[in-house]
Design a binder for this molecule. Structure first.
Ligand code: ATP
Ligand code: PH2
Length: 297
């Protein structure tokens, strides 16, 4: 991603350093932050909710600099990078912490921002769960080509794809049976960017949206982003995207392939984090059957 939000030379005078006197006597620190994220949606919508507020980033960084003294500017840079990556839209961040007045036993030029500095670059790396479904056309061929397309998304790394499940349609008008599967992986993309990529893959395989829960050549849903067991999962409703997927917890056609792809998987349901295998035990699985064999990747 080439779009960037940058904050340059955030200035804080505060005590940090290895030497005892540095922990008592405040000195100047300057921080540069460059965030890689997709700004096209916010650029089109003029909506702060679709980007990252630079004020939030700056205030978080200042709070980290004002914490009780630490030894290393590496530690400050790492903490600031982590605070930026907590924003859903951040794909990567570069943080530089300058310590121009550091006691190093030598002189640095007095022109410009000189002296020691460290730079760290950290990338987003969130677990993602994607559900696949098809009930029109050559279902196996479409789902296999969708998995290959997922594998080509820059910023998404697939780890496992479940077997196929033949499932009775749930909701909507009378329609053919579905084949369902679930793919799990890791992604550095923002969830909105990833959803856009899923919609492109659907559109490329003849997906149209006329009737809610109607028959479709391909459906790709984003089920979960982040890890609820580590409390790093994203949970919000932004209109265009709700996470986790609001109906996943009760859909055996999602839970069965998900548990097959990742037997340890967990899902946030309201305030609880519940094993997917447990949700599957209580879901109505009467219309779920093992589907045809496949090796999609
Ligand atoms: N987690 C999500 N995954 C996919 N789409 C979502 C999600 N949250 C919200 N949406 C929105 O829902 C809209 C409708 O999606 P879609 O046509 O795939 O629904 P559906 O598959 O018929 O029904 P369901 O949402 O119950 O699975 C999408 O355009 C998308 O913006
Ligand atoms: N069996 C089955 N039923 C559904 C499915 C699906 O993928 N499989 N998807 C729906 C809307 O996403 C609605 N109903």
């Amino acid at each position: 991603m080439t779009d960037r939000i940058t904050l340059t030379q955030l200035a804080v005078t505060t005590p940090h350093g290895v030497l005892a006197h540095e922990k008592r006597e405040p000195q100047r620190f300057f921080v540069d932050i460059a965030i890689e994220c997709d700004l096209s949606m916010a650029g089109a919508s003029d909506d702060l909710g679709q980007t990252i507020s630079y004020a939030d980033v700056a205030q978080d960084a200042e709070r980290i600099l004002l914490q009780p003294p630490v030894d290393l500017i590496e530690s400050l840079a790492e903490q600031i990078a982590a605070s930026v990556l907590a924003h859903p839209a951040a794909e990567a961040v570069e943080v530089t912490v300058h310590k121009p007045d550091a006691p190093a036993g030598v002189d640095f030029s007095s022109i410009g921002l000189t002296g020691p500095a460290v730079t760290v670059r950290r990338e987003q790396h969130r677990p993602v769960v994607i559900a696949l479904g098809a009930n029109l056309g050559d279902r196996v061929a479409t789902l296999a080509s969708a998995v290959r397309a997922l594998g080509r998304i820059d910023g998404l790394e697939l780890i496992e794809v479940s077997g196929l499940f033949e499932t009775d349609p749930v909701g909507g008008p009378q329609q053919p049976d579905y084949l369902n599967a679930v793919a799990v992986g890791n992604s550095r993309l923002s969830p909105w960017t990833l959803l856009d990529r899923l919609h492109e893959i659907e559109a490329g395989r003849g997906r149209t949206r006329e009737i809610r829960w109607g028959a479709r050549t391909l459906d790709l849903d984003l089920i979960q982003v982040g890890d609820p067991a580590a409390d790093t999962d994203l949970h919000f409703d932004s209109g265009k995207l709700t996470l986790p997927h609001p109906r996943a917890h009760e859909r055996a056609f999602v839970l069965a392939p998900w548990a097959a792809a990742d037997p340890q998987a967990r899902l946030r349901v309201g305030r609880k984090v519940v094993p997917v295998a447990e949700l599957l035990r209580v879901a109505d699985s009467s219309g779920i059957h093992i589907g045809p064999q496949w090796r999609p990747w």
